[in-house]
Design a protein around this ligand. Structure first.
Ligand SMILES: Nc1ncnc2c1ncn2[C@@H]1O[C@H](COP(=O)(O)OP(=O)(O)OP(=O)(O)O)[C@@H](O)[C@H]1O
Ligand SMILES: [Mg+2]
Length: 342
């Protein structure tokens, strides 16, 4: 069932088209990630859905109700939508208890029980309830903001970069905890991030945004494995893009003859491989001969630049090994099909 529908949304700030025709369908109980570079319009989109700002054109329909169009708007507090803003936005002069309880209409004992339950949900020590926001770390503040947004049991949750203040390990753990909380409560969620790994791990549906438009909307697998263009491919992860001559589902390329995921196309094209499809062998094996032009050790992985004759060069992250150095001859093997850009 479609729960949230955005139709041709536009929002202009002076000469900047922050949103330039956005269409999106979100099903009830699902998780959508909106991913894109800084300034592409992600926060603007969430602000329009939350009701903090009105679209210039287009419409927002939520749970069968028209929330906004060019003429009228349902006010933010009547939408039943929770938002965790990019900067957390806790009330600095209130305690954590007062922040989470803000706007909760209930008698004290019920309210306190609910606050305790929310603290537990987001994994915070109840001893923090008496503190002010400036006595918490950035990551803890983000979790309080999430608890506050959950307190009113929203039907839709908007999360704007909620994990950005967390370091890598805590980030993954918090993301998992938040995902579990939202799933258990059956809350439909829109997550904004510019971390592509986070988007792919979190969502059922990923919308890749560029300059106020969605370049592509699809499942994590679709957008990662079958991106619409080179820019989308590169944004979602490392991509090795090769020139090719294609016919009958096979591509002649600098890495040899490769199967492609498009049997109809014939002619010149660009094709793409993801790094996990590529093996770099030091002791022969199937594949194409190449040279390691450069290697940078980064711990578990090494960033290598591979050249194939004078014709072609590409970069790749591979698992680090003691024995590989610049100048070595290697064999490049490819597994699976290449993706063809039409
Ligand atoms: N109130 C405003 N007045 C003028 N311009 C604005 C306003 N809000 C946003 N913009 C502009 O609209 C564009 C989109 O901004 P937005 O905040 O939506 O980007 P974003 O994708 O959330 O970026 P980030 O990843 O850096 O948070 C930017 O060019 C921004 O400068
Ligand atoms: Mg933003």
């Amino acid at each position: 069932m479609t729960f949230l529908t955005l139709t041709s949304l536009r929002k202009q700030y002076g000469s900047v088209a922050a949103l330039d025709g956005i269409d999106l369908s979100v099903t009830a109980g699902s998780r959508t990630a909106i991913v894109g570079p800084s300034g592409c319009g992600k926060t603007t989109l969430l602000r329009l859905v939350a009701g903090f700002d009105a679209p210039d054109e287009g419409g927002i329909v939520f749970a069968g109700q028209q929330l906004a169009d060019a003429r009228s708007q349902v006010p933010a507090h009547k939408r039943g939508i929770g938002i965790v803003a990019q900067d957390g936005c806790l009330f600095p002069h209130l305690t954590i208890r007062q922040n989470i309880g803000f706007g909760l209409e209930a008698e004290a004992s019920v309210k306190n029980a609910r606050i305790a339950q929310l603290m537990d949900m987001v994994g915070l020590d109840p001893a923090m309830l008496a503190r002010k926001p400036d006595q918490l770390s950035g990551g803890q503040q983000q979790r309080v903001a999430l608890a506050r947004a959950l307190a009113r049991k929203p039907r839709l949750m908007l999360l704007d970069e909620p994990f950005s203040a967390l370091d890598t390990g805590l980030r993954a753990a918090t993301r998992k905890a938040v995902t579990d909380v939202l799933t258990a409560a059956g809350i439909t969620t829109l997550l904004v991030t510019h971390d592509q790994g986070e988007a792919l791990a979190f969502a059922d549906q990923v919308a890749v945004m560029r300059a106020g438009k969605f370049a592509q909307v699809g499942s994590p697998r679709e957008v990662y494995s079958r991106p619409v263009d080179v820019a989308t491919a590169a944004f979602l992860g490392e991509a090795i893009v090769l020139p090719a001559e294609v016919a009958d589902g096979r591509a002649q390329s600098p890495l040899g003859v490769l199967p492609v995921d498009d049997i109809a196309y014939r002619g010149k094209a660009e094709i793409m491989l993801r790094p996990e499809q590529i093996t770099v062998a030091q002791n022969g094996g199937d594949g194409v001969f190449a040279t390691v032009a450069e290697i940078n050790f980064c711990g578990p992985i090494s960033d290598v630049r591979i050249t194939l004759g004078d014709a072609f060069t590409f970069r790749l992250d591979i698992p680090s090994r003691e024995t590989l150095s610049a100048g070595d001859r290697v064999t490049i093997g490819v597994a699976g099909a290449a993706h063809l850009f039409r």
